[in-house]
Design a protein around this ligand. Structure first.
Ligand code: BGC
Length: 498
């Protein structure tokens, strides 16, 4: 079934293609990898603050927690407990490195299937954990699931989608991340009062893994991966099916040419770091993920419940804050689904950076003036204004740096270094998430509202980076990116020979 037809960005070859139901289905199923990632982001914070969980696994933390009083800026934190949460990211970095090879050698589809199996087994291990060893073993397997999934899903979508619809289809990955976060926070709310509630919360991760596992059997391998592994006829067959047209020769030839270059490269990482022509996508792709984390999104998402507690009481305020921020996060991502292929990547990234700068600076200023170390903000006006500002901030992230931090690195590399290059982006995401999770919450405690000014400045820098260094990739077929964008970019063309 064809649900649309394609026009291609000016200056690029028009490959005949329709947005077929097959492509749509493949992208939706693969994007369930995002649901796994989001579920873990949303579930971990809640579980590690459940008393029954602490009593079972971290009794010293439980004791400390009940001795120490939180102030408005210092949510109770413990390096060991944070390390437990972040251990997943350490496993994830290692796993995405391995996945970059697995995906090149065996294809995207088996790598996605492996991701779901790792995540499923990890969830079951956590659900039935009797000791810390089982818990950490489970966490490492979850990290493998996320590493394999995040490394492969956005690349898979970018390769299988027609250029004209690539952005919107890819943003589904981020959309499902936000649904995962929202769903997980609701699960935590339901289980937090149950005896052994943490088991259900952690075990719930098996659900997205199972959906992905079953769904993966219905997706097609990408033509680029098939042709790269010498399966030309199968590649043509899949191309015809997913493009919904008979005339696929032009696109096939372009992929074939890319794979000929690709198969000559024996060591993708060496090629990535030594060939100057790979420098522009390497710098842009990796920095985009660095900047994504330094928008401060995870500090804000963590901090929001504490802040909102000053507006209401206990659980209620936390629930409201979670639903509001996570709900806004999911809804605003839908805007990106539509806009990314119309307005383009750069426009969204710059707009998002401006929106986040203004809101961060204003929140910082308000807190500096009104929020004392302990005790609530008096009156309703200020908390309400801060709530609105946080929603504007989160929506700015959700339609720009959130999805585009994954999309852009997946569409800018030539085939021979695509997996290796994308690993640098995924690895950067995980390293920075680890750093922010491990150290920035303590920094919030020490630097208080000034941290918001720090992130405000970071947002200005990233906006300027996009204006001057990032080419617009909207509508450009992935295999034509070097020719049409990097070689013609005023700041990057010097990296290419004639
Ligand atoms: C980021 C996460 C973040 C989430 C929020 C993702 O793209 O990588 O760190 O928590 O978006 O929606």
């Amino acid at each position: 079934m064809a649900v649309g037809s394609m026009n291609v960005e000016e200056g690029t070859k028009a490959f005949p293609a329709k947005l077929t139901f097959q492509v749509f289905l493949c992208c939706v199923i693969a994007a369930v990898g995002g649901l796994m990632f989001g579920y873990d982001i949303g579930i971990s914070g809640g579980v590690t603050s459940m008393d029954t969980f602490l009593l079972d696994f971290f009794p010293h933390v439980y004791e400390k927690k009940h001795r120490v009083h939180e102030n408005n800026y210092c949510k109770f934190d413990d390096q060991l407990l944070q390390l437990f949460t972040s251990s997943l990211y350490l496993a994830g970095i290692f796993a995405s490195f391995i996945a970059s090879y697995v995906s090149r050698a065996f294809g995207r589809k088996p790598t996605i299937i492996s991701a779901s199996i790792f995540f499923f087994v990890g969830a079951i291990l956590n659900l039935s954990a009797q000791n810390l060893g089982m818990l950490i073993g489970g966490r490492i397997l979850l990290g493998f699931g996320i590493g394999f999934g995040n490394q492969t899903v956005p690349l898979f979508i970018s390769e299988i989608a027609p250029a004209r619809f690539r952005g919107g289809l890819n943003v589904m990955f981020q959309f499902l991340i936000t649904i995962g976060i929202l769903g997980a926070s609701y699960v935590n709310y339901l289980t937090s009062t149950l005896k052994n509630g943490w088991r259900y919360s952690l075990g719930g991760a098996a659900v997205p893994a199972l959906i992905l596992l079953i769904g993966s059997f219905f997706i097609h391998e990408t033509p680029a991966s098939l042709i790269e592994r010498g399966k030309d006829e199968k590649g043509k067959q899949v191309l015809r099916k997913i493009r919904g047209v008979e005339d696929i020769e032009l696109e096939f030839n372009e992929i074939k040419y890319a794979t000929e270059v690709s198969t000559k490269v024996k060591s993708p990482f060496k090629e990535l770091f030594t060939n100057r022509e790979n420098r522009p996508p390497l710098v842009c792709g990796t920095l985009l993920q660095f900047f994504q984390q330094f928008t401060g999104i995870n500090v804000v998402m963590f901090y929001a419940p504490v802040l909102f507690q000053t507006m209401g009481s206990g659980n209620n305020a936390s629930l409201i804050s979670t639903v509001v921020t996570n709900g806004v996060n999911a809804i605003a991502t839908i805007i990106s689904l539509v806009m990314v292929d119309l307005a383009g990547r750069k426009c969204l990234l710059v707009e998002g950076a401006i929106q986040m700068t203004v809101t961060q600076m204003t929140i910082g200023g308000i807190l500096l003036a009104h929020l004392k170390l302990v005790g609530p903000i008096t009156g309703h006006a200020v908390p309400l204004i801060v709530l609105v500002l946080i929603c504007i901030y989160v929506s700015g992230f959700a339609w720009s740096w959130g999805p585009l931090g994954w999309l852009v690195p997946s569409e800018i590399y030539p085939l021979e270094v695509r997996n290796a290059g994308y690993f640098c982006a995924v690895g950067m995401n995980m390293v920075c998430t680890f750093i922010i999770g491990q150290f920035f919450l303590s920094a919030l405690c020490r630097f208080r509202s000034f941290l918001f000014f720090f992130f405000g400045v970071m947002n200005i820098i990233m906006g300027l980076f996009v204006v001057f260094y990032l080419p617009e990739t909207k509508g450009v077929p992935v295999e034509e990116m070097a020719e049409k964008r990097w070689k013609t970019h005023s700041r990057w063309k010097k990296y290419f020979k004639d």
